[in-house]
Design a protein around this ligand. Structure first.
Ligand SMILES: NC(=O)C1=CN([C@@H]2O[C@H](COP(=O)(O)OP(=O)(O)OC[C@H]3O[C@@H](n4cnc5c(N)ncnc54)[C@H](OP(=O)(O)O)[C@@H]3O)[C@@H](O)[C@H]2O)[C@@H](O)CC1
Ligand SMILES: Nc1ncnc2c1ncn2[C@@H]1O[C@H](COP(=O)(O)OP(=O)(O)O)[C@@H](O)[C@H]1O
Ligand SMILES: [K+]
Length: 472
């Protein structure tokens, strides 16, 4: 099942649906117990709880309440807890009383030597960056930070990382992930999801991520009655005399990602076939043969010939992926995609996105990718460390690559080949894009294993990654 991420409003609705559990403080007790559990786990891992020192940074709302109650639990375990109250007269009264009763103390300045710090400044009620008083406290912190619900200063719905804001080693959240836990994943550290008894939320056009099991279950596998045609033939249109590599990488990725057949169309036919003899290559669309989806664009150039190819391919009733040079050409001819009834998957990086949208992606990548997908009536995959794939109705699949080794020339061509072959196999564009992004990211991490890679190494890791996912 895909993991769902909620907006702050959706979290509040779910909290309110629990009625008494919210009103009588049960939710907060469960939340704070989860925070304490994470801190205790870390302290135990590094020598035990008794006599260790933990700082609490407390804001004006319930996020601070969670942290204060967690502090009370820690203090009863023999942890020396010191709390800085950023707005003393608005600190959560019950939480503060509990902390004091357990032996925790309130301080003006955090002790210099701390084992951990709990960030209870802002949760889903926060907006904007840390205010100066909070920023000053965190500027002195060197211990690992456990964020309550979210690292303060990061926007819950958009994941926008304001400056200044907290960088957490662990984030403990409650009942359901919030959007930022995906969109700003690198700032959250490990994320612990604590069950506090919230009812399930169903927002089909929300933000999701596929699990490895989802990807394994969706990956096309030939059945007993299949032959090379029935699994979906992908046609790759890529490369040129100047960029033969794009053709080779995209075609190779298509060959690696699914079984069946890969066709290639373009002027790098000889090079492609010398690398991958199984590819059926042609110089022009007219001799290409039948396909079930097209993947068009990497290294194909941006001249009249490219426009003609794009026009022809987008006039078919087949699924089409457009990438790279294809997107640059498309940006001047957006009607070619707006009028389509068959699925279209556009895979821009930030620069190509700006060409298509007429304006930069900006900080709020989620809203930007949703808006472009709605405007064009196409599925849009925005590349980056966090890849976002938006349908025209606003459902978004996100993937945190987990590392950034894929930021290397030609990696996008590999993604095109993988996603194109999944489109040909019949996956809907958003799932084709999301599955491709996941496997691509895993392949990059596996190939890199801590050292730089080129796109060829990434491509070579695609099959082992698919195998591992399917065998897990
Ligand atoms: N409801 C429940 O029972 C449960 C709630 N839970 C917990 O409660 C959290 C939500 O609590 P919340 O709604 O009280 O808001 P919260 O995030 O603490 O912000 C508080 C105040 O901060 C202020 N502020 C805003 N921006 C700011 C800034 N940049 N810098 C400084 N201050 C700023 C702003 O007040 P202002 O100063 O603007 O008047 C705002 O009112 C949630 O994330 C989870 O941890 C869980 O225990 C589960 C059960
Ligand atoms: N910082 C990053 N972390 C992880 N993956 C990244 C990062 N930057 C780019 N990528 C991925 O690498 C690929 C780069 O694609 P693209 O920019 O089209 O490169 P090219 O055109 O050279 O093939 C995409 O799959 C993208 O999501
Ligand atoms: K917080």
């Amino acid at each position: 099942m895909p993991i769902q991420y909620l907006t702050a409003d959706a979290v509040r609705v779910a909290e309110h649906a629990t009625g008494d559990l919210l009103a009588n403080g049960t939710l907060m007790r469960r939340a704070s117990a989860g925070v304490a559990r994470a801190v205790i786990g870390e302290l135990n891992r590094t020598g035990g709880c008794y006599g260790r020192a933990v700082g609490l940074v407390i804001g004006a709302g319930n996020n601070g309440g969670d942290a204060l109650y967690a502090g009370a639990i820690l203090a009863r375990r023999g942890v020396r807890c010191s709390a800085v109250l950023l707005v003393p007269d608005r600190a959560h009264a019950g939480g503060l009383a509990a902390l004091r009763a357990a032996g925790g103390r309130v301080v003006d300045v955090l002790p210099v030597s701390l084992d951990m710090v709990v960030d209870g400044v802002l949760g889903i009620g926060g907006t904007g960056p840390l205010r100066p008083a909070a920023a000053e406290v965190f500027a002195q912190v060197t211990a690992p930070i456990v964020a309550v619900d979210l690292p303060s200063g990061i926007d819950a719905d958009t994941g926008v990382v304001n400056d200044p804001s907290v960088r957490a080693a662990i984030t403990v959240t409650f009942g359901a992930y919030r959007n930022l836990h995906l969109l700003a994943a690198p700032r959250c550290g490990r994320i612990d999801l604590v069950d506090i008894g919230l009812p399930p939320t169903d927002t089909p056009d929300g933000l999701f991520s596929l699990t490895d099991a989802d990807v394994a279950g969706l990956w096309p596998v030939p059945g007993p009655a299949d032959d090379k045609y029935t699994q979906g033939v992908v046609g790759i249109v890529a490369g040129s005399a100047r960029y033969p590599g794009a053709a080779i990488l995209a075609s190779g990725a298509a060959v690696s990602a699914t079984s069946g057949m890969t066709r290639y169309v373009g002027s790098a036919a000889d090079q492609v076939v010398s690398h991958y003899p199984e590819v059926v290559a042609a110089n022009g669309l007219a001799d290409a043969g039948k396909v079930q989806a097209w993947a068009v664009g990497p290294g194909m150039g941006t001249g009249d010939e490219a426009l003609e190819i794009l026009r022809t391919v987008l006039a078919t009733d087949l699924p089409v992926l457009v990438d790279a040079d294809g997107l640059t050409v498309l940006a001047q001819n957006l009607d070619l995609v707006r009028g389509r009834s068959a699925p279209t998957l556009l895979t821009p990086h930030a620069g190509e996105f700006a060409r298509l949208a007429g304006t930069g992606v900006g900080d709020d990548r989620l809203s930007a990718v949703r808006a472009l997908a709605a405007e064009l009536g196409a599925t849009v995959l925005l590349k980056g460390r966090i890849t976002l794939v938006a349908t025209p109705t606003g459902r978004v699949y996100g993937n945190d690559a987990g590392s950034s080794w894929a930021a290397t020339a030609g990696a996008g061509d590999v993604l095109t080949g993988i996603a194109g072959s999944l489109l040909a196999a019949g996956l809907e564009p958003a799932l084709a894009g999301a599955c491709a992004a996941r496997v691509h990211a895993l392949a990059a991490a596996r190939a890199a294993a801590g050292a730089p890679i080129g796109a060829s190494a990434l491509l070579a890791a695609v099959r082992p990654v698919i195998r591992d996912l399917r065998n897990a």
